[in-house]
Design a protein. Structure first.
Length: 590
């Protein structure tokens, strides 16, 4: 658009919704009525969640139960699956006795264990982390340890019948990681949050969030018979949510090293948590409706609000079993409906590189949205509905009995370790906790991010942060000298480093936009390099087997150990030039 029509050199790139807001602000609605109408009809952007991790976990467990994935941990194995004092704490949900067969599995033998991409709320991060480290990988010293070399060499191979040359490299290394033969070494770590997040967990706001319980609105109904309508009901669940065990277990293997830098080493790790932390317990809607009906019929029998004119046993014939009683026709109550018609929309766009006659059409079908408006008595009910917890045998008659009663669930994450005396990892953990929430969210739609002139997708900029953990022995007030144990930062595993030479123009603009969006949030990355941007098949809203089918990619920035608050526009301009140089764009386009 040209904000100054007389100046042909003044051109501003913007979105339709922004342009509509601008012309509405200055009162120039008569100049682009069609464009304004199209902008008004655009669907509002919404957060796009990754595919349901609960579905992926249950699919993995089904494969494991059918012996299609994973190997059971032998009873004689030296590895103590579970808490550090597994034999003493037999009540722990991580105690071996709590697992049904074929679990627990030898770590990393199940290829179906999913990678988590969901955001976890602070209160769901385990306060205590038991790190299972038979190869002493957390004793990071900046070079490959003897135990790691041993694990990847001939001396560390599992007793297998197959020839090593016929196996995939990753599988051959996994087989070499002899979890069943090595003694488990377990270290206890504590969650360390930033001052702001630690204070928030203790705040009234967090207590209110934890106390918040779900509610459901049952809309009023009118069958048109003239015999009255049912009231609108707000059903509030008052049963507390299932307790999430504030404990987790992490398993790391030398066979799953992701990368090594000057300051750190990263492993793909298996992370086992209390099941409700990953698969939220739900309540049965059918159970809720049954309890609502029972309570409303009781009110009707007793002549309580809103049934003051319907009293006594003779009124039982006014409703059928399983039905919410109607109010007396004399009660002032009404239902009306409004309709919003969203017309079909077609956008005509010339295809790049084609002549002017070749055009591409994008059509949105018409849609009618009906909204109910109710006026009349509203009934608030408190319901003692049980949460569905199959692992504890708590499930209603409406649900199929679970085939497996697991108290825990396992996912894969990236575990980042640091060499001794290096401060980058601690700073990076602080940065992750200071970033605004939108940087780790996926949004629908597109936006124009300066200095780009074309719309780009609005996927997450940074990986999900799953906690920064420090060794318990190094947080105790003891003067005793203890060996160095690396802190551990758990993150979403977002793929492999990009190769700028393989990216097309759209990919380059999307990758560049991640740095620019970080700038918009007020941060300078301070380490712009291809190794600090990763890619994986997308979109993440699809199940893993459907990602990347049409070439869709999901990009993310990583490595924020040097990231700082941006102090000046000069810093921003400098990073923009570095980004353009990296991706051969802008003035550096070849």
């Amino acid at each position: 658009m040209r904000p100054m029509p007389s100046n042909w050199h003044a051109v501003t790139q913007t979105s339709g919704s922004r342009a509509a807001a601008a012309v509405r602000e200055v009162g120039e609605l008569g100049w682009a009525t069609v464009g304004i109408r199209c902008a008004d009809e655009e669907v509002e952007p919404v957060i796009v969640e990754p595919s349901d991790i609960g579905i992926e976990i249950e699919r993995a467990e089904a494969a494991e139960a059918g012996s299609m994935s994973g190997k059971s941990m032998p009873p004689t194995a030296q590895t103590a699956m579970g808490c550090a004092a597994a034999d003493e704490d037999s009540d722990s949900i991580f105690h071996r006795s709590k697992y049904p067969a074929p679990w627990p599995l030898i770590p990393f033998t199940s290829e179906k264990t999913p990678t988590i991409h969901q955001k976890l709320k602070l209160q769901l991060l385990p306060q205590k982390l038991f790190v299972h480290d038979p190869w002493k990988l957390i004793f990071v010293n900046g070079s490959e340890s003897q135990t790691e070399t041993e694990a990847n060499g001939d001396g560390g191979r599992e007793e297998e019948k197959e020839e090593p040359g016929k196996k995939e490299p990753k599988k051959r290394q996994d087989a070499g990681a002899k979890w069943t033969a090595k003694e488990d070494i377990v270290h206890v770590y504590n969650l360390q949050l930033s001052e702001a997040n630690a204070a928030y967990l203790k705040s009234d706001g967090m207590r209110a969030e934890l106390a918040k319980l779900p509610s459901a609105t049952i809309k009023a109904k009118d069958d048109g018979s003239g015999s009255g309508i049912t009231p609108e009901i707000i059903a509030q669940v008052i049963t507390q949510r299932p307790h999430v065990v504030p404990e987790g277990h992490l398993y790391i293997s030398p066979a799953h090293k992701i990368g090594v830098g000057h300051h750190s080493v990263v492993y793909e790790a298996e992370w086992e948590l209390s099941r409700p932390a990953l698969i939220p317990s739900e309540f049965c809607l059918e159970c809720l409706v049954e309890e609502v009906v029972e309570k409303m019929q009781g009110k009707h029998m007793r002549g309580e609000f809103p049934y003051e004119n319907c009293y006594g046993a003779t009124q039982r014939s006014a409703y059928r079993a399983g039905e919410i009683p109607k109010m007396d026709p004399s009660v002032a109550a009404s239902i009306r409906w409004s309709e919003q018609v969203i017309p079909e929309m077609t956008v005509v766009m010339p295809q790049p590189g084609k002549d002017d006659k070749s055009q591409q059409y994008f059509t949105r079908p018409s849609e009618v949205i009906r909204t109910q408006h109710y006026e009349g008595p509203k009934v608030a009910l408190d319901l003692d509905v049980k949460w569905q917890i199959p692992a504890n045998g708590t499930f209603c008659a409406h649900l199929k009995a679970p085939a497996r009663e697991l108290h825990t669930a396992k996912v894969r994450v990236a575990a980042k370790l640091s060499i001794e005396h290096d401060l980058h990892l601690g700073r990076e953990a602080e940065r992750y906790q200071s970033f605004p929430q939108h940087l780790s969210e996926h949004w629908s739609g597109y936006n124009i991010i300066p200095p780009l002139q074309n719309p780009v997708p609005l996927g997450a900029v940074v990986p999900q942060f799953y906690g920064y953990y420090v060794p318990e022995t190094q947080t105790e007030s003891s003067g005793t000298k203890v060996p160095y144990l690396s802190p551990i930062m758990l993150l979403e595993n977002c793929g492999v480093p990009v190769d700028p030479e393989t990216l097309d123009e759209d990919d380059i603009e999307e990758c560049s936009s991640l740095f620019y969006r970080l700038h918009e949030a007020g941060y300078a990355h301070n380490s712009i390099a291809a190794r600090n941007m990763v890619v994986q098949p997308g979109p993440l809203s699809e199940l893993p087997e459907k990602r990347g089918r049409d070439g869709t990619k999901s990009f993310r920035l990583i490595d924020f150990g040097r990231t700082e608050r941006m102090e000046s526009s000069r810093e921003r301009k400098g990073e923009e030039r570095e980004t353009q140089r990296l991706f051969h764009s802008g003035p550096f386009k070849r």
